[in-house]
Design a protein around this ligand. Structure first.
Ligand SMILES: [Zn+2]
Length: 283
């Protein structure tokens, strides 16, 4: 990547195997990639709030673990982009794998009874995480990490599509919103990598307030942070939907599903979003 526009800064020479398109130390002496760093706040603050809400609502530990895992990824990413040091890069990239494994576990166990543990799946995912960690520490090849992460995300996408197609079609608004936001983030990640030289040249010619909108890696953080947060909320809604089904049948308000089937996908997403916060199980 062209170093033009990069400056020296507080954390010294870059030792990470990746250096993103944002110009190093361009905003402040103390933060290598300023926008790529502060954009992680969306991956840190909302999940902390989500974890607190989950504890207050008495939700299962898997949801709390999911929110906290996302927060850890955000913090690791903050440290990495702030310093561009190899150790901090690992603090960003390895939790990405671990948090995705937690998400995969939750997605495949979403219809199980509370407090049940699938030891086979747990063992497989822990083994996968250990192998990825050991191989990545050895080969230090970012492509390897990206492929492993991509495989986990692909698994989540397929499982999500299966669930909104065959099990909970009324959740497709929220499911596809989460997926769409995440994939838009991935598109921006690619734009940042592929058109880096053009983006840097463009930023030299325009006022900083316009230039900052072309920090597409920061957009990747914002959109994947939001997409992941919505994905956890989507999973929380399984619990809520099961709760509503039970609650509605008790009050002879069944069926709930045909009522929501008449709504547009977008309305269903908003409706479920509302229910997630208003349902007695979660309030
Ligand atoms: Zn990043």
């Amino acid at each position: 990547m062209a170093p033009a526009g990069d400056r020296e800064g507080y954390w010294g020479p870059t030792t990470s195997t990746l250096d993103w398109c944002e110009e190093n130390y361009a905003v402040t002496w103390y933060i290598a990639e300023f926008w790529n760093t502060v954009s992680n706040l969306i991956m840190i603050l909302p999940p902390i709030f989500g974890a607190m809400q989950s504890v207050r609502s008495g939700l299962e530990k898997r949801y709390i673990a999911s929110y906290l895992a996302l927060t850890v990824v955000g913090m690791g990413s903050w440290c990495f982009h702030m310093t561009l040091k190899y150790e901090m890069q690992l603090l960003d990239e390895l939790p990405m794998i671990y948090s995705c494994c937690i998400f995969v576990y939750c997605m495949f166990e979403c219809f199980k009874m509370k407090k049940s543990v699938n030891y086979h799946l747990l063992f497989t995912l822990v083994l996968f995480s250990l192998i990825v960690t050991m191989v990545y520490l050895k080969v230090k090849e970012p492509i390897f990490h990206q492929v492993m992460y991509g495989m986990l995300v692909f698994t989540l996408v397929v499982r999500s599509i299966y669930i909104v197609t065959w099990v909970y079609p009324w959740l497709r608004g929220l499911g596809y919103t989460s997926l769409g936001v995440f994939l838009l983030g991935f598109l921006f990640w690619n734009i940042d990598n592929i058109f880096c030289d053009s983006l840097r040249n463009f930023r030299k010619k325009v006022p900083p307030v316009i230039g900052v909108t072309t920090q597409f890696h920061a957009w990747w953080h914002i959109l994947t942070g939001l997409g992941s947060y919505l994905h956890i909320l989507f999973r929380v809604c399984f619990t809520v939907v099961m709760g509503i089904t039970f609650w509605a049948s008790k009050l002879l308000l069944w069926p709930v599903a045909p009522f929501t089937a008449g709504l547009s996908a977008r309305c269903q997403g908003i409706w479920l979003f509302f229910l997630c916060f208003e349902h007695p199980m979660l309030s």
